[in-house]
Design a protein around this ligand. Structure first.
Ligand code: GZL
Length: 307
């Protein structure tokens, strides 16, 4: 097949159809399910043949999948790196094979930016800052201390690192706010519930939970209710994503604020894929559009939500 930048759309097959290898993090959250749906539906709509692999949140499975895509001589590889580090070797193998790579959703920390064409995804530091700004405003009149706990995403993941950094950059300097505990909940409901249960047993007076995604927040709500407390009232909750179940909890008053992180990256990915294979220059960073929701805004937005 034609190599990268070969002018016409290179194809792994005679019929000229673009073949994409996509390595997905897993199926850990409502966000991930919506992201997978967006990618699969957009590939079909764009006439791109998709070879899709679910890594079950394991980096070694993503590396295996990328090597398999290289062996199959796909035209392009796209993936959402489950963690930031450890990609240089396999990305160099893709580069040496003349197969362009696009990062979606999460970034890698490689200093060699020639290893991929672009990164389409959110600004996770900004998402953390938006969550922190809401907390400062919500507790502006509180004398303090404001006792907080944090459920982080999976260790080493760009959204976990950056959402924590962004939140701390806004809250960190104010002595009124005390972070009593901060642990990974791996972006899943089950782990979020388990860790929140432990937080509640060790800290009787929690005022606020910051969860790096809705799913961990929803798991935490189960633990809070099991402990006989009212989520959204006794313990305020701010999360990130704005998936349907999170927005429903927000509308029901069990979550107090959600920072949106859009999973609908499929159309942009397919558009950029065609540009890369046509030899066009594309931006090295594509930011996704997203907003924030209060309880009233969730009530209004729910009927129209796509995910
Ligand atoms: C963010 C994405 C995160 C979501 C979680 O772009 O990587 O992973 O916030 C998902 O819900 O599991």
């Amino acid at each position: 097949c034609g190599g990268e930048g070969s002018g016409g759309a290179a194809s792994g097959k005679d019929d000229g159809k673009i073949v994409m290898g996509f390595s997905q993090v897993g199926a850990e959250s409502g966000w991930r399910t919506a992201n997978t749906k967006s990618i699969q539906e957009s590939a079909a709509a764009a006439g791109i043949e998709l070879k899709f692999s679910d890594a079950q949140q394991k980096q070694e499975n993503q590396i295996k999948a990328i090597r398999s895509f290289i062996a199959q001589k796909v035209d392009i590889i796209a993936f959402s790196p489950v963690v930031e580090s450890g990609w240089d070797t396999v990305l160099k193998e893709a580069k040496d094979a003349g197969i362009p790579v696009i990062l979606t959703d999460r970034a890698v920390d490689s200093p060699d930016t020639t290893l991929y064409k672009t990164f389409i995804g959110s600004d996770f530091v900004l998402e953390g800052k938006k969550a922190g700004e809401w907390v400062k405003q919500e507790f502006a009149s509180a004398a303090g201390p404001v006792n907080m706990v944090e459920l982080q995403g999976n260790t080493g993941a760009a959204p976990a690192i950056d959402r924590k950094e962004g939140f701390e950059s806004v809250i960190g300097s104010d002595p009124k706010f005390k972070m009593l505990a901060s642990q990974p909940g791996d972006f899943t409901r089950a782990k979020g519930k388990e860790v929140m249960d432990a937080f509640l047993k060790a800290n009787p007076d929690i005022d606020l939970l910051y969860a790096h995604n809705d799913d961990m927040g929803l798991g935490a709500i189960e633990a809070i209710e099991a402990a006989g407390k009212k989520p959204g009232t006794d313990i305020k909750i701010v999360t990130v994503d704005a998936v349907k179940d999170g927005m429903q909890a927000l509308s029901d008053g069990k979550i107090n604020f959600i920072v949106e992180c859009s999973p609908l990256l499929g159309p942009q990915l397919m558009d950029l894929t065609k540009k890369v294979l046509a030899g066009e220059t594309i931006p090295t960073r594509v930011l996704t559009e997203e907003t924030t929701f209060t309880q009233d805004q969730a009530k209004a937005a729910l009927p129209e939500r796509k995910y």
